[in-house]
Design a protein around this ligand. Structure first.
Ligand code: FES
Ligand SMILES: [Fe+2]
Length: 395
């Protein structure tokens, strides 16, 4: 059996129950399925948040990342235009740029192997020893492949598929959510942290839809007395693509709580502590919680390994004191070593450890409601993540 048919036949092999609240454990452990996901979900008709303008503000700035497992290079050319390029040489396929980020203004990217060079827009501008190439060799035919790029409020999205609908159509109501979080999109980069979780990428993504664990797992959210932001519901958009957008309200912790210094949980930028966390299907996360404004890039590494990069921002023109507060809160609450993420990382690793049991796991709380609004602490909208997933995979 070829690799392709092995991957396709995994859709026959894994039996997905009719009920949309039952999830087969095998989808968390099957390497053939993982390969097929990289094709159908990540290289398929989906938009991926790959950078914010504030990460590459200047001409010549670049960063490297991934769409699924495809290495990419995000660059800003001398005209200020952002490009998302496949980061693999058009000659023999070597990865061209390996550093996490930098500035290449006035320079080009040179592949170390045979010294082909590319400009900031990914066009091939030079080859070494250019004699004895075939006569019809033309540099214009050998650029780095370009992803389609669209930007919204400074968020740079890319897609590898021609079939992906225009960004605003794909985002749907998330346009409004992104607008509320990003405002005018004029941000400054505060820093980034990354971690590799020992779980399948879907376990990380669907955690964003799981309101149930918010207070059962997270002590910090219990202290913050989370409540629904409007009525009892939140607003997941799910009809077509399976995105999620949750809003909730928080309140200052009581004096009697165990925190030595509760200022880490203070809210200084908002009149009312309305918090929002969004997942743009499959796994681009935007978080505007307390005073932490961040995006998370979810990068599947292997069927049981997921790298997550946390990038935090301030808004332009903020005081040094507020910027310090944002950094401190971003890393102590929501970053990889923050209260919240340590707890999530442990629970999600346990999900992966349990998956070889090969049963079905089940989503129950709040599922007597078929449609939103759901209650904040329910888990009903997990079905919509897997609805989007099943449609795009062809289960
Ligand atoms: S592989 Fe890049 S120049 Fe040959
Ligand atoms: Fe969590």
């Amino acid at each position: 059996m070829t690799r392709e048919t092995a991957a396709e036949s995994v859709l026959e092999r894994i039996k997905w129950p009719q009920e949309d609240n039952k999830i087969p454990q095998e989808i968390l452990t099957d390497p053939d399925l993982f390969r097929l996901e990289m094709e159908k979900v990540f290289a398929g008709p989906t938009w991926h948040l790959v950078a914010h303008d504030a990460e590459i503000p200047n001409k010549g700035d670049y960063k490297t990342s991934f769409i699924g497992t495809v290495p990419i290079l995000v660059s800003r050319d001398e005209d200020g235009i952002a490009h998302v390029l496949v980061n693999a040489c058009a000659h023999r396929g070597a990865k061209v740029v390996c550093d996490a980020r930098g500035n290449a203004s006035g320079r080009s990217f040179q592949c170390i192997y045979h010294a082909w060079t590319y400009n900031l827009a990914g066009n091939l501008v030079g080859v070494s020893l250019p004699d004895s190439f075939p006569e019809d060799f033309k540099k214009e035919n050998f650029g780095l492949p370009k992803a389609r790029v669209q930007t919204y409020r400074g968020c740079i999205f890319a897609t590898l598929s021609d079939a992906t609908p225009p960004l605003e159509e794909y985002l749907g109501e998330m346009v409004d959510g992104l607008g509320r979080a990003m405002k005018d999109g004029r941000l400054i980069l505060l820093g980034f942290q990354k971690i590799i979780f020992k779980n399948n990428w879907k376990i990380y993504a669907e955690n964003l839809y799981d309101g149930y664990h918010t207070v059962s797992l997270h002590k910090a959210f219990r202290m913050l007395k989370v409540k629904s932001a409007g009525g009892e519901g939140y607003n997941p958009r799910y009809e077509t693509y399976g995105h999620s957008w949750q809003e909730y309200r928080t309140f200052p912790p009581d004096e009697t709580e165990m925190l030595k210094d509760p200022s880490v949980m203070a809210v200084k930028t908002k009149y009312e502590a309305i918090n929002r966390i969004m997942n743009i299907f499959p796994c681009s996360i935007v978080s505007d919680q307390l005073d932490t404004l961040s995006v998370r890039y979810v990068l599947p590494r292997a069927v049981d390994q997921t790298e997550v990069q946390f990038v935090t921002f301030a808004r332009q023109g903020e005081s040094d004191e507020l910027v310090r507060h944002r950094i401190r809160q971003g890393s102590n609450l929501f970053g990889p070593e923050g209260f919240i993420t340590l707890e999530d990382g442990t629970a999600l690793a346990r999900m992966q450890m349990g998956a070889p049991a090969r049963g079905e796991n089940v989503v129950l709380k709040g599922t007597t409601r078929r449609f939103p609004p759901y209650r904040l602490l329910d888990e009903a909208s997990i079905r919509h993540f897997y609805g989007g997933y099943r449609r795009i995979m062809g289960f």
